[in-house]
Design a protein around this ligand. Structure first.
Ligand SMILES: NC(=O)CC[C@H](N)C(=O)O
Length: 365
């Protein structure tokens, strides 16, 4: 029985409305993930159109071109025999959602809309999107005809569901859902979802990496499992700067990570995980097991595909690593972005940083 799986989390320097450029970076990340042996690939939030499209999210063209990019991905031989999810906006029954779209071999498996939108700091998501509020429910999404030509599907499931492969179960939370006190990974983990992926558009603030990494680790510390955090990098079109730090955590420890600052447009990190490590970690937490026994189930999309094969005896799993954090001074030095963009400071940090005279190139936005 196969039990080791290799998964990939990608950091991309996407640009708002650069559909062709975004497509080519997504394809490159899929190609690199495949070359590194991954059979599952996830990427950042709204990676197809770019996170910071702002009021272009009110334009139907932004949705149309996102579908066109997805159509190209579905047709591409690069995507063959790999479970992939991408971030894009989707309109369903005249409501706009910020979604992950999971697909495999020219079939769309699930559209998973974001359930908890981000409104703090510089985020204004509810200006363009609504959160999906129907917990553990799916509806039929009527595909645009140009997609039906490729997939032979007229409807696909949209909603709060998870994907069951032959060997494991994959679920999603989108960016803010990790930061919310009622994170979706809690219910997902209790329902036996073993791999949770988070496509994020998390912009840089001084010392935010400490918070993000802690959240990613704790997402799997109390209830076990694997967690893939995938973030954007670069300026994207707005004044905020995204700083990567994509990573993979297993049972409370980081086992793979990407850089915080870099000039490469595409960075892929992979991790090999023994699914039995998740199962034994979880069953040993007795209180978690008792709670899980009464957890209301998520709808499962069954897929005839496995992330592992029977020949994995010599595949080595990824060991835990120590995260080497940059000091705030190093973050200012390395992260000072292109002209016109600013480093954002959490209000709590701003006063201390000003007092320490460190704010030569950073200001509060
Ligand atoms: N895009 C989001 O949902 C952002 C979530 C989160 N508050 C962050 O700063 O990373």
């Amino acid at each position: 029985m196969g039990r080791k799986v290799t998964v990939a989390s990608c950091t991309l320097n996407q640009w708002a409305l650069d559909f062709e450029g975004n497509l080519s970076r997504i394809l490159q990340s899929i190609q690199e993930a495949k070359e590194m042996g991954a059979l599952y690939r996830t990427g950042p939030e709204l990676e197809i159109c770019g996170y910071s499209c702002e009021d272009h999210f009110h334009e139907p063209d932004t949705f149309l071109h996102s579908w066109q990019v997805l159509a190209e991905l579905l047709k591409s031989p690069t995507c063959k025999d790999m479970l992939i999810d991408v971030g894009m906006p989707v309109q369903h029954r005249n409501v706009s959602y910020n979604c992950r779209v999971a697909f495999l071999n020219k079939k769309i498996l699930l559209i998973r809309p974001k359930m908890m939108l981000c409104e703090d700091g510089n985020y204004r998501e509810s200006r363009w999107f609504s959160g999906w509020t129907k917990e553990r429910q799916v509806e039929d999404y009527y595909l645009p005809r140009m997609l039906t030509t490729i997939t032979n599907q007229t409807t696909v499931p949209i909603g709060d569901a998870v994907i069951s492969t032959k060997d494991t179960c994959i679920g999603f939370e989108i960016c803010e859902e990790l930061w919310n006190p009622q994170s979706r990974h809690i219910a997902l983990g209790l329902d036996g979802v073993e791999i949770i992926s988070n496509g994020s558009g998390s912009y840089m603030e001084l010392r935010k990496a400490y918070v993000t990494v802690d959240l990613v680790k704790s997402a799997t510390f109390k209830s076990g499992g694997a967690y893939l955090f995938s973030n954007l990098r670069g300026c994207d079109g707005q004044r905020i700067y995204f700083n990567g730090c994509s990573c993979v955590a297993l049972n409370g420890q980081i086992i793979s990570r990407g850089l915080q600052f870099a000039l490469v447009d595409v960075e892929v990190v992979v991790a090999t995980i023994d699914l039995e490590d998740i199962r034994s970690y979880r069953t040993q937490i007795r209180s978690r097991s008792h709670l899980a026994a009464s957890n209301p189930p998520f709808p499962r999309i069954a897929v005839d595909f496995a992330l592992s094969d029977d020949d994995d005896a010599f595949l080595t799993t990824s060991p835990p690593i120590d995260w080497k954090y940059l000091t705030p001074e190093e973050e200012i030095e390395l992260g000072t972005p292109q002209d016109g963009a600013v480093i954002s400071i959490r209000p709590a940090d701003a006063m201390g940083a000003r007092q320490a005279g460190r704010l030569a190139s950073a200001r509060l936005v």
